[in-house]
Write a protein that binds this ligand. Structure first.
Ligand code: GLY
Length: 361
């Protein structure tokens, strides 16, 4: 697969060999979102990006720069205290500190900027953009990223909300009976704690949420941004795929742009977003390219027993989102039931993502 294009037939043959009948989606699901009727701008974003897409769409209608538009879009989610997976109000690390990761990439210039484990800034995507524009570097992390943000006038703010503080305290107190932290009698009845347990309590792998957005302009320019608070209750300093160019995002004019959400470690070791764009280069459609990169993650999961289910499939999920230089969009996940968001001049719509495996199968 390394030196020749991966055709639909290859995928079907591989699916048959792997016994994974759902490696390619059913024909109805295999359709990419239709290309714009007239060549125009289009954006693709993760399922949590409806409001972000509306903001970015307005900016693009007004003729703003596509990377500015995408960053303005994801800023809406970064600033939303109720989204516990991105920016302000994100679930903190195991010590109760919110550490944020973000990156931007500009396919026009092949320049990128990224921050990892940044504290105290609600909108890390803006700092990532400054790393790209105001340094000759790509990636700043931890204390260095914080100093850089301070130098550019970003205050050091508390990113915990009352809600996430309660959730973190409850998690910390329940962690073990062997330490000094004791749960209050009525703590599990708190509406915020109940909400958290209902939404995330059953997940085998601690969840992580993220927003990705890629834009393709009318003149075929391609840009991407990804931003996240990362894995819930992570070990301090843990950085996932989101700010890593080639893993959490990748944009290259003439080919395509892609990004990811989901279990970052699986994507980091397979360089997923770069793979998606390479599959586009080999002639796959956006949706097929996303599926091919997911298939690679799934195959590599076989090597780690604790990550695979009884049938050898990943016990976690990863999503890819993609737009090619022609303006065709696609999205896919390892597991069924996921969606992504597409916006163009016609409006903003949520679309079912393709998948490798049907949940419950
Ligand atoms: N994909 C986001 C993370 O793993 O941090």
């Amino acid at each position: 697969m390394s030196d020749r294009s991966l055709s639909r037939r290859d995928l079907l043959e591989a699916a048959a060999l792997a016994g994974a009948a759902s490696l390619l989606p059913a024909p109805a699901e295999a359709k990419d979102a239709p290309a714009p009727a007239a060549p125009g701008w289009v954006l693709v974003t993760s399922a949590n990006g409806v409001e972000a897409a509306k903001t970015a769409r307005q900016a693009l209608i007004q003729g703003k720069d596509p990377l500015d538009a995408a960053i303005a879009g994801v800023n809406v989610v970064e600033l939303d205290p109720d989204d516990v997976t991105v920016g302000y109000g994100g679930i903190p690390n195991e010590e109760g500190v919110v550490e944020l990761d973000a990156a931007v990439m500009d396919g026009r210039t092949m320049r990128a900027g990224a921050v990892g484990a940044l504290t105290g800034v609600k909108t890390p995507s803006k700092v990532a953009r400054l790393v790209m524009d105001r340094t000759d570097r790509v990636f700043l992390v931890g204390a260095g990223a914080r100093k850089f943000a301070t130098a550019h006038g970003f205050a050091d703010e508390d990113l915990l909300t009352p809600k996430t503080r309660k959730i973190w305290l409850y998690w910390r107190e329940k962690l073990t009976d062997l330490d000094d932290w004791i749960e209050a009698a009525d703590e599990a009845k708190d509406p915020d704690v109940k909400w958290f347990l209902q939404k995330y309590g059953a997940e085998i792998f601690r969840p992580q949420g993220t927003i990705h957005m890629s834009v393709r302009t009318a003149s075929s320019d391609l840009v991407s941004v990804t931003t996240t608070s990362g894995l819930f209750f992570k070990i301090p300093g843990r950085v996932g795929d989101s700010p890593v160019v080639g893993a959490g995002l990748y944009a290259e004019n003439g080919v395509g742009a892609a990004g990811s959400t989901g279990r970052g470690e699986a994507n980091l070791v397979t360089c997923g977003s770069h793979s998606v764009v390479e599959f586009l280069r080999q002639g796959l459609s956006p949706e097929e390219a996303c599926l091919a990169a997911l298939k690679r993650i799934s195959e590599k999961t076989h090597l780690v027993p604790r990550h695979r289910d009884a049938k050898g499939r990943p016990r976690f999920n990863v999503n890819f989102y993609c737009v090619d230089a022609r303006g065709r969009t696609g999205g896919a996940a390892i597991w069924s039931g996921n969606k992504h968001v597409v916006a163009d001049l016609d409006g903003v719509r949520t679309v079912d993502s393709a998948y490798l495996y049907k949940r419950g199968s």
